[in-house]
Structures are given as structure tokens and as C-alpha cells.
Design a protein around this ligand. Structure first.
Ligand code: HEM
Ligand code: NAG
Ligand code: NAG
Ligand code: NAG
Ligand code: NAG
Length: 500
């Protein structure tokens, strides 16, 4: 018993040390500002570690890994997609990081990502198991976090066909209604400078709740607020180092951990809220989505669609407005195209082939700010290879979509915002554009997201011109904050109605 206690205190000590180092790195990182992520502390640690480092995967290079911590310092970097991309400059388009007893392999280029996710989909369709992931997903029973299995395949197939049926039958009118509503809300602001993120979130989440519960909510709705609140808290708590450390150091699970208790409480609250909505929905039975799913899976599918479909779409709309504030001429071009092609009518999704500039704008946004910049980690379910390197079973694969979308080999001037690159002859490669991943784990909501992006952007730019809140305030910062979803830093904007 006393041995157990001393083991716990050793681990606790190491944990505190680790947290300190992580904080220190973050601090020095902030001071050094900009893209130059090679900071003094990690460099020192890296050079110290060289003498201890063991190479787990001799065929793949990567930054030297520390004893016990491995490359966890790299993984704890603030803007992980940018950090991983800068590591690729040193270690190549495929390299490894060690994390505890698992090896992670980072893919930085779209051909390599396509090889792993599409060509060899059956080798890499797994998801890593983790202690906290299992808790969040009721033992891996969501589509997004569930590992590859017969049960998962059936679950995904049913959800996919239900979603396809909805997309065909009613999605257009559902999205149209939310787009109209969103424009109405913006009209009512009367040219005041406002923060639109909440309105975007409400619009995106109403599309999903209409499909799943047959119900949409007002911005002031307490039910909606509770649900969004709970999902946001779960996502951000789950991403915090206090929680993720539990995956690598099981002994720490025995210690009191306030963020962890909050996470468990939120999970219970989420399940209660969603359970209530589903019950209500069963009574009314006029939603279209769930009729073919079994009870056991309805609940977690709802979580999947709400989490996957709300923050992503609203973050992308938010990015679009942020970039357009920097580039007013792009707004005008979209507006002129809409007026020229449609006259006064609102667009339909079927008009997209006649609106190439609008589509180019959406593609450019998906390229520059893929809102799921590192997709979701995959796991090798058998021995395989990528780009000629041996990849043993259980390796974690991280597709760096952000890196692939900034690859100078594929994109001219990859860091600049140029919708024209996606016009005919503009040189943009639709093949290399992979914001939704691919293969067995392709984003389940791709079709939904594309229609939402098209209609929301078209409606907004037809009715409004977006202007900076004031001349003094700086334009929005375009670097963003990367957690699970890549987001813009807070800013406000004026939606000025267009003369019709
Ligand atoms: C702009 C919007 C969106 C983007 C950029 C996006 C991107 C992604 C990406 C990169 C993945 C991971 C693929 C992988 O593991 O390789 C993913 C998974 C997923 N997305 Fe989306 N997504 C978007 C919108 C949506 C919407 C609207 C929904 C729901 C209606 C949705 C539901 C899902 C689900 C359920 C998964 C898990 C799929 C699986 O593991 O099999 N997403 N998404
Ligand atoms: C890593 O260690 C955990 C226990 O900490 C164990 O459950 C897991 O199977 C190990 N993974 C591999 C790939 O060896
Ligand atoms: C997978 O590779 C490992 C070497 O890392 C080897 O020991 C094992 O036998 C291989 N398994 C199969 C099924 O080929
Ligand atoms: C990885 O991607 C980044 C950005 O896309 C690029 O600058 C770098 O050259 C790539 N790495 C290699 C080895 O090509
Ligand atoms: C975009 O999102 C951030 C929060 O993530 C918010 O503060 C900002 O105001 C949003 N911008 C717009 C135009 O909604």
C-alpha cells in the first residue's frame, strides 16, 4: 500500500513537472510570436534528450523524443497544425512523433494523405482507443470515435443512408429556411456592429436539429443554449491537458481532478438533455432522420451530428466573413455574380454551376482554413506502409490537412487568399483539396456541409455587405486559434444591407 502511495507521488511529481514545462513552452512561444516555433526551451530539452532517445520506428525520422515524455511537448504546442507543418519542413512530408507507448505518424501532403485514407482505407480505418475518448463516446459508440468493427460499419451505413435520404428529400428547404432566418436576424441589427458567431451557430445547429428532432430553436431558447453549452464544454474540457494526460498516465486517474469531474458532469447533462429531446421527438414523430436507426444508436448519432455539424459550419462562415473584411473587392465580385446570374431571385443549390466565383470563394476558404485541420486521428488496424515506409499495426495516423492545403509544391503562393485559383485555368487543384478527409472515414456530413456553405454564403452576400466595426479597430486576426476546430479570434462586424 505504501509502495502504491509513493508510486502515485512520483507520478504526480512528474506530472506537475510536465505541466510546468508545457506552460513554460507556451510562454516562450507567445513571446517569440509569429511562425518561428523553434524556441529555446524545447531546443534545450531536445538536445538533452538526444543521448537518451530510442528510435521506435527506425524507418521514419522525427524530432528526438524525451524519456517518459516522448514528443509530448510537440503535441502540446498551442497552434498544433502550424507546429506540425513547420516540423515537416525539417523532417519531411511523413514523420513520426512518440507519445507514451504509441507512435504517431504525421502526413503533411495530400498525395500521401490520399494514399493512407483512400487507397489503403482498410488498413487505416481504425480510431485510437483512449480512456477519456471512451468516456466521452459511451465506450466508443459514436461514429466519429468508434473503432472500425462490424458494429461500427453497420452504424455508419444506417446513419449515412438516413442522412442521404434527408439530403435528397428535405435538406434544401431546411437550409433555405435557416438562411432566410439568418438574414432576418442580420436585418434586425440595423447596421449595429455585432458579434455574429452565436447566430451562425444557431443557424448551423438548427439544420441538424431539424433533421434529427424535427425541431428548430430560437436564439433565445433555453433548451438550445443548454445543449450548445454542454457540447462546447465537453469539447473544450476534453481538449485540455488536465484531461488528456489521463490517457497516458493511468495512475493519475486515481487522483482528484476537478476538470475531470466537470467533464463527467457535463457528459451526464448532455445525455440527459439529448435523451429528453429524443423522447419528445418519438412522441411527435415528425422528424425525418431517425426512423431507420435502432434506439441504442440514435442517441450517439445525435451527438455525432450535433458536434460534427455545428461548430464546423459556423466556424467556416465566421472565417469567410473575417477574410472578406480584409478583401472587400471579393464581396463585391460575389455580389455582382449573384445579381448578374439570378437577377433578384435567391439562389438554389442547383445554381452553383452558374456561380463559379462563389464556389471558388468557398473552396478557397476550405483550403486556407480547413476547420478540422488535423481531421480526427486514425489507427492502423494491421501492418501496412505509407509512401514506402513500414507502418506497424496500432500506429496513430494524423492527416495534417492544414499542411496539405499549404503545400508549396501544389499551391502557388499557398498562404494568400486567392479565390481565383479555383476558377477555370486558375491552377487550383480540386484533387489536393481534402478538407473532409476521405475513404472509410470521410466526413459523414460532407454533402450537408457543402449545401449549407453554399446557401448561407450566397444569402448573406446577396443581402449584406460586411464592413469593419470601426476605422480604429484592427481587422480580424486571420491566424486563428486551433483546438479541435480551427476558429477565428473574437471580432465584431457591421452587416450593411445591400440596396436591392
Ligand atoms: C465545413 C464543414 C465540415 C468540415 C470541414 C468537416 C470535416 C471533417 C473531417 C476532416 C472529418 C474527419 C475525417 C477523418 O477522420 O479522416 C470529419 C468527420 C466527421 N464529420 Fe465532418 N466536417 C464538416 C461538417 C460536418 C457536418 C455538417 C456533419 C454532420 C451533419 C459532420 C459530421 C461528421 C461525422 C459524423 C464525422 C465522423 C466520421 C467517421 O469517423 O466515420 N461534419 N469531418
Ligand atoms: C500502451 O499502454 C497501455 C497501458 O498504459 C496499454 O493498455 C496499451 O495496450 C499499450 N499500447 C500499445 C500499443 O502497446
Ligand atoms: C507486423 O509487424 C511486426 C514487426 O513490427 C511483426 O513482428 C509482426 O509479425 C507483423 N504482423 C503480421 C501479421 O505480419
Ligand atoms: C510540408 O508542408 C509545408 C506547408 O505546406 C511546406 O512548407 C513544407 O515544405 C512541406 N514539407 C516538405 C518536406 O515538403
Ligand atoms: C467568430 O468567432 C469568434 C469566437 O470564436 C467570435 O468572437 C467572433 O466574434 C466571431 N465573428 C463573427 C463575425 O461572428
Amino acid at each position: 500500500n505504501s509502495m502504491c502511495i509513493s508510486a502515485v507521488s512520483v507520478v504526480l511529481f512528474l506530472f506537475i513537472l510536465w505541466m510546468l514545462v508545457v506552460q513554460l513552452c507556451r510562454l516562450t512561444d507567445r513571446q517569440s510570436d509569429g511562425d518561428a516555433k523553434a524556441t529555446a526551451v524545447p531546443k534545450l530539452l531536445h538536445s538533452l534528450s538526444k543521448r537518451f532517445s530510442r528510435t521506435l520506428s527506425p524507418s521514419l525520422s522525427g524530432p528526438p523524443s524525451l524519456p517518459l515524455l516522448g514528443n509530448m511537448l510537440d503535441v502540446a504546442q498551442e497552434h498544433l497544425p502550424i507546429h506540425l507543418t513547420s516540423l515537416a519542413r525539417r523532417y519531411g512530408n511523413i514523420y513520426r512523433l512518440n507519445c507514451g507507448n504509441t507512435t504517431m505518424v504525421i502526413l503533411n501532403n495530400s498525395e500521401i494523405i490520399r494514399e493512407a485514407l483512400i487507397k489503403k482505407w482498410s488498413d487505416f480505418a481504425g480510431r485510437p482507443h483512449s480512456y477519456t475518448g471512451d468516456l466521452v463516446s459511451s465506450g466508443g459508440r459514436t461514429i466519429s470515435l468508434g473503432d472500425f468493427s462490424e458494429e461500427w460499419k453497420a452504424h455508419r451505413r444506417v446513419a449515412h443512408s438516413a442522412l442521404l435520404r434527408c439530403t435528397r428529400d428535405s435538406l434544401h428547404s431546411v437550409v433555405e429556411k435557416q438562411a432566410h432566418h439568418l438574414c432576418q436576424v442580420l436585418w434586425d441589427y440595423n447596421g449595429k456592429s455585432v458579434d455574429l458567431s452565436e447566430d451562425f451557430t444557431v443557424a448551423a445547429s438548427n439544420v441538424i436539429t431539424t433533421l434529427t428532432f424535427g425541431k428548430s430553436y430560437d436564439k433565445s431558447s433555453v433548451d438550445l443554449k443548454k445543449l450548445q453549452d454542454s457540447l462546447n464544454k465537453i469539447v473544450s474540457l476534453w481538449g485540455s491537458p488536465w484531461i488528456s494526460v489521463l490517457d497516458s498516465f493511468p495512475l493519475l486517474r486515481k487522483l482528484p481532478n476537478p476538470p475531470f469531474s466537470r467533464l463527467m458532469k457535463e457528459i451526464a447533462r448532455r445525455d440527459e438533455l439529448i435523451g429528453k429531446h429524443i423522447e419528445e421527438f418519438k412522441v411527435r414523430m415528425n422528424g425525418q432522420m431517425m426512423q431507420t436507426l435502432t434506439d441504442t444508436h440514435v442517441h450517439m448519432t445525435t451527438v455525432d451530428l450535433l458536434i460534427g455539424g455545428t461548430e464546423t459550419t459556423s466556424a467556416l462562415l465566421n472565417w469567410t466573413v473575417a477574410f472578406l473584411l480584409h478583401r472587400p473587392e471579393v464581396q463585391n465580385k460575389v455580389y455582382e455574380e449573384l445579381c448578374g446570374v439570378l437577377d433578384v431571385r435567391y439562389p438554389q443549390y442547383s445554381d452553383r454551376h452558374r456561380l463559379p466565383y462563389l464556389c471558388a470563394l468557398i473552396n478557397e476558404m476550405l483550403r486556407l482554413r480547413p476547420v478540422a485541420p488535423l481531421a480526427v486521428p486514425h489507427r492502423a488496424i494491421r501492418n501496412s506502409s505509407i509512401a514506402g515506409h513500414f507502418i506497424p499495426k496500432n500506429t496513430i495516423i494524423i492527416p495534417n490537412l492544414y499542411g496539405a492545403h499549404h503545400d508549396p509544391e501544389v499551391w502557388d503562393d499557398p498562404y494568400s487568399f486567392k479565390p481565383e485559383r479555383f476558377l477555370e485555368g486558375g491552377g487550383g487543384s480540386l484533387r489536393a483539396l481534402i478538407p473532409f478527409g476521405g475513404g472509410a472515414r470521410l466526413c459523414l456530413g460532407e454533402a450537408v456541409a457543402k449545401m449549407e456553405m453554399f446557401l448561407f454564403t450566397a444569402y448573406l452576400l446577396r443581402d449584406f455587405q460586411f464592413l469593419p466595426a470601426s476605422k480604429e479597430e484592427p481587422l480580424p486576426d486571420l491566424r486563428g486559434v486551433a483546438s479541435v476546430v480551427l476558429k477565428v479570434k473574437p471580432y465584431t462586424v457591421i452587416a450593411h444591407p445591400r440596396e436591392q
